[in-house]
Design a protein around this ligand. Sequence first.
Ligand code: CAA
Length: 248
Amino acid sequence: MDQHEKHIALVTGATGGLGTAMCRRLHEDGYHVVANYRNEEKLKTWLEEQEKDGYTFDTAKADVCQFDSVGHMIQEIESNIGPIDVLINNAGITQDRPFHKMTFEQWDAVMQTNIYSVFNCTRHVIEGMRNRGYGRIINISSINGQKGQFGQANYSAAKSGMHGFTKTLAVEVASKGITVNTISPGYIATDMVMAVREDVREKIIAQIPAGRLGGTEEVAHLVSFLASKDASFITGANYAVNGGQHMY
Ligand code: CAA
């Protein structure tokens, strides 16, 4: 890596299972990792765990649902640490419920966190990336944005929307040295998946040809590759990491 490529990577929703694995992997790759978080309580324990394992991260607080709050966070990062070259839009939540019982609040919360956040974060980094002629944007979507899933009308809509966004932005910024890609993980061993009722989860695992949940590091490896210079001709793509559960 030349000096410019001692990149600064911002990972949103960093304290979750996938976010943690991505932060660690990018740290191992030599990035200066900035971990975005919302919950102060959770952060403290999380940072202690990371430091115990030898990982040091800068942290940046912002609610990714709030455009101005994200703008402030990004301004702070860029003036105190440096320009953001890699953005991983990873923050996400579920509020699963069959659609006929879904409330507006459940719909709205998932839209705000899973798709409005993508606009909020990307909009604030894109001008800098364009001016510098380099950038990597990786949107963490889901198998359930590709195939739909009982109880996830809100989540599937948002996750599917992420890839539509990826495709358009990829076209718009390809000539500026910026790549934009989507990763669609299947069922990965995270708290989010473990929160699914056990009997339901068992049935889902039975549908995965690999016969198991994915590991968080299996998604992080791909993040690492797509963030690298080697992936400069890959843009607008959607990578499935799902153990064969869904092919398209
Ligand atoms: N297809 C068709 N019908 C289904 C069904 C399915 N997959 N699942 C349930 N049903 C039916 C049931 O048979 C039942 O029918 P009857 O009322 O006629 O008996 C009815 O729907 C209600 O089923 P439940 O008892 O399961 O309903 P519930 O309200 O208790 O639970 C739910 C609903 C919480 C959405 C539950 O079904 C569920 O957890 N589903 C899994 C959702 C899921 O996969 N979430 C992923 C979270 S992790 C993640 O999102 C990460 C990622 O990206 C992969």
